[in-house]
Ligand binder design. Structure first.
Ligand code: MN
Length: 400
């Protein structure tokens, strides 16, 4: 994972060390990691080393079961390749699912060796996993097919889980997913591409069986519940992925389950291992903010956005002077005066980096004066192309 070309290994390692500590302190029995494990299908040797070192540490910390499901940025084949050796450590990896094979079903035992909990592990679902391609289907028909496909796959996963219930009191069933549930919150520049929203936004909380004790979701970076339901949650990415998430409190979720009892859920705040800060204002404001950060101390990566009235001669030089001798590293400087001049055709202060791909495409259609009746179809095609790119996975992912 990188930010403005900088590697994030130090923060990832610090987070994983901290998490192994939480697992030990809280005597966690089961760890669920619901994708994206890596931010691309061929992670660096350093990223793989961090991953395997963490899995070993988590198992050594007393975590009896670890279940890992693939996200859209992960290569299912890559994650599953070492599954035999991982199984020996009670680490289960689920890369793919589809009709007739709805992910992994795990009947997990407790400390006394008796079955304690069931997990239906459903990874990220690709279009081809859930929908038979029907050429010529309209956008509305395709959306309905996707919704039905996802729903029936979750029904299958639920039934497979229930089939493993041993005699006696019903064990709690936990379900996982990597998707964009309706109404989910995202922030600018967080790498959660919005064609996924267009693709799967019609999937609401109702696709998950009501009887599930807990639904553990991955994909969105902002920690949140779905439809206000406390037991359907995104823990979010463990470190801020971009400046859009600067200063956002990240969390991990601890769930306690028992037969016949509602799950108890609490969140544990993740420490900030390196602060990401956006500093915005005229030169005196930027200077004041940098002074404050120097006082607070600690390593900071900053983005500086200049929006003063005067046009500074050497903005980069001014900012470099202010941060000299501090732990504050400025990764990018934006001059909104230049940005607004360049984009005056749109009469707003937009910068390319601040627009989503679909917004850029919308503006392009605007400029080309595409008739409104053609725009929906063009946009759908554009989203399809983006979706193909997203499945390949090459931009900012997360360890969520
Ligand atoms: Mn994702």
């Amino acid at each position: 994972m990188t930010l403005c070309g900088r590697r994030r290994d130090t923060e990832a390692a610090a987070f994983l060390d901290w998490l192994a500590g939480v697992i030990e302190k809280e005597t966690i029995d089961l760890l669920l990691v619901t994708g994206d494990i890596f931010d691309n299908g061929t992670p660096s040797a350093r990223s793989q080393s961090l991953y395997y070192r963490f899995l070993t540490a988590a198992a050594a910390a007393g975590c009896r079961h670890i279940i890992i499901t693939a996200g859209n940025h992960d290569s299912p084949a890559f994650l599953e390749a070492p599954h035999e050796i991982l199984e020996a450590l009670n680490i289960h990896v689920v890369g793919t699912a589809g009709a007739g094979r709805p992910g992994g079903t795990f009947l997990l035992d407790g400390p006394d060796g008796e079955p304690e909990c069931i997990v239906a592990a459903v990874p990220y679902l690709r279009d081809r996993d859930i929908r038979r391609s029907a050429p010529g289907a309209s956008i509305g028909e395709k959306a309905a097919q996707v919704r039905e496909g996802v729903q029936s796959l979750y029904r299958e996963a639920w039934e497979a889980a229930c089939a493993t219930q041993p005699p006696g009191p019903k064990l709690p069933v936990i379900i996982t997913g990597h998707l964009f549930a309706a109404g989910g919150k995202t922030v600018e520049g967080d790498g959660v591409r919005d064609q996924v929203a267009g693709f799967i936004e019609r999937v609401g909380a109702d696709i998950f069986p009501e009887e599930a004790a807990y639904v553990a979701l991955g994909h969105l970076h902002v920690p949140q519940t779905v439809a206000g339901i406390n037991t359907i949650r995104y823990p979010g990415s463990p470190v801020p992925v971009g400046f859009g998430e600067a200063e956002q409190q990240k969390e991990v979720i601890i769930v306690t389950t028992a037969p016949g009892m509602p799950a108890a859920v609490r969140s544990v705040p993740v420490p900030q291992f390196r602060r990401l800060i956006t500093i915005r204002g005229d030169l005196p404001t930027i200077n004041r903010r940098i002074d404050e950060l120097r006082e607070t101390g600690g390593p900071v990566w900053a983005e500086v956005i200049y929006d003063g009235a005067a046009l500074p001669g050497d903005l980069m030089g001014e900012v470099a002077g202010m941060t000299e001798g501090t732990e504050i590293e400025v990764l990018r400087v934006k001059d909104m005066r230049l940005v607004s001049a360049a984009l005056s055709a749109y009469q707003s202060c937009e910068e390319l980096a601040e627009l989503t791909e679909t917004e850029v495409f919308e503006r392009r259609m605007e400029t080309a004066e595409i008739p409104p009746e053609q725009r929906d179809k063009l946009m759908a095609t554009f989203r399809e192309v983006l979706r193909g790119m997203d499945s390949d996975g090459s931009d900012g992912g997360n360890l969520a």
